[in-house]
Design a protein. Structure first.
Length: 557
């Protein structure tokens, strides 16, 4: 059965009774011929406050040209975005995860309100990417997601640098190992233009994961934001959406349990961000797919780490692009039977067909063969135990301590922990416990990059551990356990830990425990009192009342 390319819009603009709607459209430049074509939403999250999405309006014009030249009528839609890098370590960071839901909701409202037939969603910074996939699954109209691309690395003292170096330099400065002049010179150089954080942090992890799921064109994500080829990526995506629409290819045809498993393998093979757990759980939820937090550990355990990418490795996203891009990674994982090559993609080809023409740059060292893997298993590990009954997420690059036992140092919020690090109050062997930063407790599950980077800068990353019911940035490195669930705000065991309690992180046995018996846990729980909410009205209060556990993706529906 053929698919009607105007399956939504004809109800909005066809017929004498829809003259008022057509009149409004004509007031902003559309004509009668335009309104007889499929209406295609081009949604993006341009904002004039950060580099990650700064190129979106320009890219949108290229996408719209591709749509217009292929028989469609493009219409631009804009939503918000929050910079994790700018808000990190402040109250503003609580807005980041909340924005994921708001971005998805606002695109959904525009899509329904204007009866769009299809969508191209341009994404950039961390939360815009899962939000785009979530709303695609929710709407289930023909959709392509296009990543605006990575920032180019900066240059400082003859070396490539990224924003990760700036965060870690704060710790070096506080430890007296970097002058204020050098810190300023580094901050001036690290971010030379538009684009998302340059290494395999959350944005690049999620962008490449969406290619492996099939909802983004394969080979498009590693092209840098300021690379001249990005205009071609955008224009071709505009053309492609008209084919996707004509063929009736829907997001839920593409986003399946098997394709999500491919996405997990992509993240595991490249040492990607722990945030992929939270976001893929949310995407699966929107698509009606049952995905469990334990699935990440199973797939990661069976997937070798073959991407030598920062923060755990040596290279950045643009190096990956020069080496052969996502097609090369897919080809190498397919050769080892680590992913499913039969899944369909937005192009109409399977993943195996899409990666068949991968071109590997001779001598490249970014994406390795499976037999030469950096590590036989991937970077994502799920720990459970009496401190995290619902689980927590940890990222390992292959050289970390596998077991750590140490005394708990309790911090009721991120700022307190940061102050302790900067004032040299943390000892080797300590386990920093930062709580009341979960989805409900924060609310918004702040990332802890300021603290973890300061620990690295202070030279403590190889001797301490940190656990939190909040999140970590994709740039985080060291022995750090995030997403501890249940969170402190609902009385999870992390709320019951006391100063100097022994904390045991046991990666081989997948355990995170507190060194007290069950009776003591029960006794402490009886005395526990829930904190007063940090927000009693507005968007944060609404979010806190509705958000689920991190173990379920922190979704609000």
């Amino acid at each position: 059965m053929s698919f009607d390319p105007r399956h939504k819009s004809k109800k909005l603009v066809d017929g004498p009774e829809r003259a008022p709607a057509r009149s409004y459209f004509k007031s902003v430049g559309y004509n009668s011929a335009d309104l007889k074509k499929p209406l295609v939403m081009v949604a993006h999250s341009w904002i004039g406050t950060m580099p990650c999405n700064f190129s979106h309006r320009e890219l949108a014009q290229d996408v719209m040209a591709g749509i217009a030249n292929s028989g469609g009528t493009p219409m631009e839609v804009n939503t918000i975005s929050i910079s994790d890098g700018i808000s990190m370590g402040t109250e503003g960071m609580k807005a980041s995860l909340v924005s994921r839901e708001l971005i998805a909701d606002s695109i959904e409202l525009s899509a329904v309100g204007y009866s769009f037939d299809a969508a191209v969603i341009i994404v950039g910074c961390d939360k815009t990417i899962p939000a785009g996939a979530m709303v695609a699954a929710r709407l289930n109209i023909p959709t392509i997601i296009v990543y605006s691309g990575s920032i180019a690395p900066g240059n400082f003292k003859g070396h490539d640098v990224t924003i990760q170096d700036v965060f870690e330099a704060v710790g070096q400065h506080s430890a007296g190992n970097l002058s204020e002049k050098e810190l300023t010179e580094l901050e001036d150089a690290a971010c030379p233009g538009a684009g998302s954080c340059g290494a395999q942090y959350t944005a690049n992890t999620m962008a490449t994961v969406l290619e492996f799921i099939g909802i983004s064109p394969m080979g498009s994500s590693t092209v840098g934001a300021t690379d001249k080829r990005k205009k071609d990526v955008a224009y071709e995506s505009g053309k492609l959406i008209m084919d996707v629409l004509a063929n009736g290819i829907l997001p839920r045809d593409i986003i399946t349990k098997e394709s999500i498993k491919n996405g997990i393998a992509c993240a595991a093979a490249t040492g990607g961000s722990t945030n992929v757990v939270l976001h893929l759980l949310a995407i699966a939820h929107e698509a009606g797919i049952r995905l469990d937090i334990d699935d990440f550990d199973k797939i990661s355990s069976a997937t070798p780490l073959i991407g030598d990418l920062r923060p755990g490795g040596k290279y950045v996203a643009l190096d990956w692009d020069n080496a052969g891009g996502t097609k090369l990674l897919a080809q190498k994982l397919l050769a080892g039977n680590k992913i499913n090559g039969d899944i369909p993609t937005v192009t109409g080809k399977t993943l195996a067909e899409e990666s068949a023409d991968a071109q590997e740059t001779k001598g490249q060292k970014v994406i390795l063969d499976i037999q030469n893997a950096i590590k036989p298993t991937g970077g994502l590990v799920i720990l459970k135990g009496n401190l995290a009954p619902e689980g927590c997420v940890i990222k390992v690059a292959g050289h970390e301590r596998l077991i750590h036992k140490g005394p708990a140092r309790i911090f009721e919020k991120e700022e307190d922990a940061m102050q302790a690090v900067l004032e040299n109050q943390i000892d080797k062997g300590d386990v920093l416990v930062i709580r009341n930063e979960g989805p409900k407790g924060g609310p918004g599950m702040r990332e802890m990059l300021s603290v973890t980077a300061a620990l690295v800068g202070a030279g403590l990353d190889d001797s301490v551990a940190l656990l939190t019911d909040g999140r970590f940035s994709g740039a985080t490195r060291g022995l750090m356990a995030g997403h501890v669930a249940p969170e402190a705000a609902v009385g999870g065991p992390i709320a019951l830990v006391e100063e100097k309690d022994e904390i045991i992180l046991d990666i081989p046995n997948r355990k995170l425990d507190i060194g007290i018996d069950n009776q003591e846990i029960i006794s402490r729980r009886k005395k526990w009192e829930q904190n007063k909410p940090n927000y009693e009205r507005g968007v944060f209060a609404k979010y806190a009342k509705n958000v689920s556990s991190a173990a379920k993706g922190a979704v609000t529906s």
